[in-house]
Design a binder for this molecule. Structure first.
Ligand code: PHE
Length: 451
């Protein structure tokens, strides 16, 4: 089979459905399962949802279309997509920003993914439930402060990712997403339904869905919503550019982009409806942030009927959602290396996986051995986490907007997106040319002002 593949000019997705599942798999991740609900809770619940929806529609969706258009047009990788029209211009560096960015994101993302996998296997074996003695606060903090355990689990998640990506686009990434994504959807829906049956769950629904109108249009809510849209969709890091590089020419890009944006948003919403009713039913704090998934929720699983099964499903969901996002983060650098050397896909995947692991060591140890290392007040993990969502992804997004909206000829841009000749094309073009970059720029300015 590998001999066959080497003879092909380039790899391609088996089907459009496979491609769409893989892109939704990239978007749906740790960001949807706890970050969305937590940020929504802090920023006015239902009111945040409205602003978030607008951010996805006016900023996120146009950039997703832009990335898909660039990717299919380049038909190769992140670097080619930006260097196609002017190989000698500074644009050839734009793709490399994403390539390096992806390795950096992967490095700290794998740490949280590793925590999730440890909890999942602990829930399956029962070790997690026996560890409850002094509460999960102590359990979690002791685990992340350990000098070896977090590294081990981070390594296992990266190894799984490397294994899938080494299998290729069609036989690795597409197959994994075809299996995992329907499972994830099923799991999160069942969890949300079960959560709704808990006594006192209505407060959780209210928390997430009832608008607190006073907070709707403050700058903080808009900034939080746009930042969340970037992280949750996973835009600005050439993931969609890379995945669309393997697309057949006839795939309809706008339709795929709508499926990605809608799938990602719906998933976040349903995950929130699984988590918050349970949090309220047990009188826990909904705004516990990163600790929510690893300290608050296990406590709840221990107390609720069928909680162990719920726990297995929840941490399985979190690990699998992280894995499908990690595949896309690894594929971006792998594709770029593959097209520039004679190295095999397997070697490239291992090489990039090792790079992400090494780069992630300080993040994995930043709650223990390296807790004294501070960068502008944060530990290494927190610093990278914040820098990625506040600066790196928005910067990548602006580059897409500038390239598509200002550098390309308008007719080329619109036809690459498959939107020629309609009012939708005009709307998209102005969103990507003006509205999205201005909004993102304001967000960056606002964040800088806060420092
Ligand atoms: N979208 C993923 C999540 O919600 C994270 C991600 C960011 C994936 C950037 C790819 C690129 O967890």
């Amino acid at each position: 089979m590998s001999a066959d593949r080497q003879q092909l000019p380039r790899e391609q997705w088996g089907t459009d459905t496979g491609f769409i599942l893989a892109t939704i798999g990239s978007a749906v991740g740790i960001g949807n399962i706890w970050r969305f609900s937590y940020v929504a809770g802090e920023n006015g619940g239902g009111a945040f949802l409205i602003v978030y929806g607008l951010s996805v529609l006016l900023v996120g969706l146009p950039i997703v279309i832009g990335e898909l258009a660039l990717g299919r047009r380049g038909a190769a990788d992140a670097v080619v997509a930006f260097a196609k029209d002017a190989p000698r211009s500074a644009w050839r560096y734009a793709g490399w920003v994403s390539v390096l960015g992806c390795v950096l994101i992967l490095s700290f993302y794998a740490v949280v993914a590793g925590w999730a996998l440890k909890y999942f296997l602990g829930a399956v074996s029962g070790a997690l439930w026996q560890a409850a003695g002094a509460g999960y606060g102590g359990y979690f903090r002791e685990f992340i402060a350990d000098p070896v355990a977090p590294l081990f689990w981070q390594c296992v998640m990266l190894a799984l990712t490397v294994f899938v990506v080494a299998g290729g686009v069609r036989a690795g990434i597409e197959v994994a997403n075809r299996v995992l994504m329907p499972l994830l959807a099923f799991c999160v829906i069942v969890l949300a339904i079960y959560s709704a049956t808990l006594p006192g769950s209505a407060k959780g629904w209210q928390f997430l869905l009832s608008p607190d109108w006073d907070s709707i249009l403050t700058g903080q809510v808009v900034v939080a919503a746009i930042g969340q849209a970037f992280f949750s969709l996973g835009i600005g890091m050439a993931v969609f550019i890379t995945y669309a590089g393997y697309l057949a020419p006839e795939t309809r890009i706008p339709r795929a982009a709508v499926a990605i944006a809608a799938g990602d948003t719906l998933f976040a919403l349903i995950a929130g409806l699984a988590i918050f009713p349970a949090v309220f039913a047990f009188g826990m704090n909904p705004a516990a942030g990163p600790e929510l998934a690893f300290i608050t929720l296990p406590q709840i699983f221990l107390a609720m009927p069928y909680g162990h099964i719920f726990g297995i499903a929840f941490f399985g969901l979190l690990s699998a959602a992280a894995l499908t996002s990690m595949m896309s983060l690894l594929e971006v650098p792998v594709a770029s290396v593959l097209h520039r050397s004679r190295i095999t896909r397997r070697r490239a995947a291992i090489l990039m996986g090792v790079a992400a692991f090494v780069l992630g060591i300080p993040s994995a140890l930043s709650f223990g051995v390296l807790s004294d290392v501070r960068i502008s007040g944060d530990g290494v993990f927190d610093f990278i986490n914040r820098a990625v969502s506040n600066y790196l992804l928005p910067l990548g997004g602006i580059l897409v907007c500038l390239y598509v909206g200002w550098f390309l000829r308008r007719a080329d841009a619109v036809s690459a997106a498959g939107l020629s000749g309609g009012v939708t094309g005009v709307i998209w073009y102005w969103l990507v040319r003006l509205v999205a970059p201005v909004m993102v720029f304001l967000v960056i300015l606002d964040t800088v002002g806060e420092l």
